[in-house]
Design a protein around this ligand. Structure first.
Ligand SMILES: C[S@@+](CC[C@H](N)C(=O)[O-])C[C@H]1O[C@@H](n2cnc3c(N)ncnc32)[C@H](O)[C@@H]1O
Length: 420
């Protein structure tokens, strides 16, 4: 390790500053393009010691934990260059894959903030007054597995007020079992939904103590590894005209504004061929984020590998007025993609896979006659790969819209519209 001075040239795709040196690129978190910095360097990584010449684009972070906490990468950058960088992540990844298309301006979709957070809880091993310091509850540190203890996080939606307090209380109760915990909390319309993972089997008295904590903190539901501990109310979220009871730990778009932005982009693409849409398929549907909106215009079949998600979707549509028929089917689309011949007569296909993308499904879409395909993605590299497959199959990628629901991070979502 050596102390040295570096000039930061640009921000990389993970949000770190990059300095070019004769020995290659060096990654320096928490810096900005144009800054001269003093760092402690170890090979291609460096720890910021001091900003010698700050960038005019440097702004005051909104959170006192910014820096040590690894939750955010870029609170110190002014909004305009930050947004331009994020859009460029999409533009550059598409260009690398040789894809030419219109990339719309980045759509900010942080809204009121994240409605879901996964806090980590770790015993610190130390002794402490009131027993509180033996525990850290918060997010993983920057480039570290250590947990940075927090009692507030400004990027969380107001609906998560009380979530950290409840997570601390649960973790406190589980200190004696000395296991690292992941505590996922979701803000729903009926209250906080908490799922605790990592505890392993617990004695009945401890489960009873957790139920008591859930009651004290007015949680809508507390589950452990998806198993019910206590439910005061089912955790409900409105999607389109339906209300969905979220299965524990099921996928959910990170912000309400992000969900609304992605759904609006999907529906706008659909509107362009409004009269022709009768049948839709929603691939990797989750609990029906897009299905439930598509069903206002078309008969929809939703496919998803999570049985609880499909169950929740099928239940949510029952008795909802004004929706066309919806069928949810459990199907592993990696192993058993929906075949081109099964998409005969389908007017629009939406696909929104996990990070790995939807390679096998893209091949079937490429061989299909579906006139409109809408891709939603949280990983531009796998999206670009799948888009190439569709283009080779005769689709045109008309436009891509990047959506920013993970403010201050290097994550970006997008919606791509393909037609044939
Ligand atoms: C990015 S999420 C999108 C969910 C939904 N479209 C939404 O916006 O809420 C990806 C979904 O793919 C599902 N999934 C993961 N692997 C799958 C597979 N092999 N086959 C089908 N669905 C899968 C996940 O359970 C998750 O619900």
């Amino acid at each position: 390790m050596s102390v040295t001075k570096l000039d930061v040239a640009r921000i990389g795709h993970r949000g770190d500053g990059i300095a070019d040196t004769p020995e290659g690129s060096v990654f320096v978190p928490l810096t900005l393009p144009g800054e001269a910095v003093e760092v402690e360097r170890e090979h291609d990584r460096a720890r910021l010691l001091a900003v010698l010449a700050p960038s005019p684009e440097r702004v005051k972070p909104i959170c006192p934990h910014f820096g040590p906490c690894g939750g955010c990468a870029l609170q110190h950058w002014a909004p305009a260059p930050y947004e331009a960088w994020k859009r460029a992540l999409v533009v550059e990844a598409l260009a690398r894959a040789g894809l030419e298309t219109e990339v719309a301006p980045l759509l900010p979709a942080h809204g009121e903030g994240r409605r879901r957070a996964t806090f980590h809880a770790r015993g610190t091993g130390g002794s402490a007054p009131k027993g509180r310091d033996v525990l850290a509850v918060g997010f993983a540190g920057r480039r570290s597995h250590a947990v940075v203890a927090i009692d507030a996080c400004p990027i969380l939606a107001p609906g998560l007020d009380g979530a950290l307090k409840a997570a601390w209380a649960v973790a406190q109760e589980l200190v004696p079992i000395a296991k690292p915990l992941d505590i996922q909390v979701t803000a729903t319309e009926t209250g906080l939904d908490m799922d605790v993972r990592g505890s392993g089997p617990l004695k009945p008295n401890r489960v009873a103590a957790l139920a008591e904590i859930a009651g004290e903190h007015r949680l809508a539901r507390l589950t452990r590894h998806g198993e019910l501990v206590l439910q005061r109310e089912p955790p409900l979220l409105t999607m389109g005209r339906a209300r969905v009871a979220l299965p524990p730990g099921s996928f959910l778009q990170a912000t309400a504004a992000g969900e609304a932005a992605l759904a609006r982009l999907v529906m706008e693409a659909l509107e362009e061929r409004a009269r022709g849409v009768v049948r839709a398929v929603d691939l990797f549907s989750g609990v029906g984020t897009f299905t439930l909106r598509l069903a206002e215009r078309a008969r929809v079949t939703a496919y998803e590998s999570s049985a609880p998600a499909i169950e929740a979707l099928n239940k949510a549509v029952r008795g909802v007025a004004g929706l066309k028929p919806v069928t949810g089917e459990v199907r592993d689309l990696f192993r058993r993609p929906l075949l081109a011949q099964e998409m005969k007569g389908v007017d629009v296909a939406v696909f929104d896979p996990p990070r790995q993308g939807a390679e096998a499904q893209a091949r079937q879409l490429a061989a299909s006659a579906v006139p409109l395909v809408i891709g939603v993605s949280c990983d531009v590299t796998t999206f670009a790969r799948d888009a190439q497959i569709l283009i080779e199959g005769g689709y045109r990628l008309e436009r891509v819209t990047p959506v920013d629901q993970f403010l201050y991070s290097a994550h970006v979502e997008l919606v791509g519209v393909f037609r044939r």
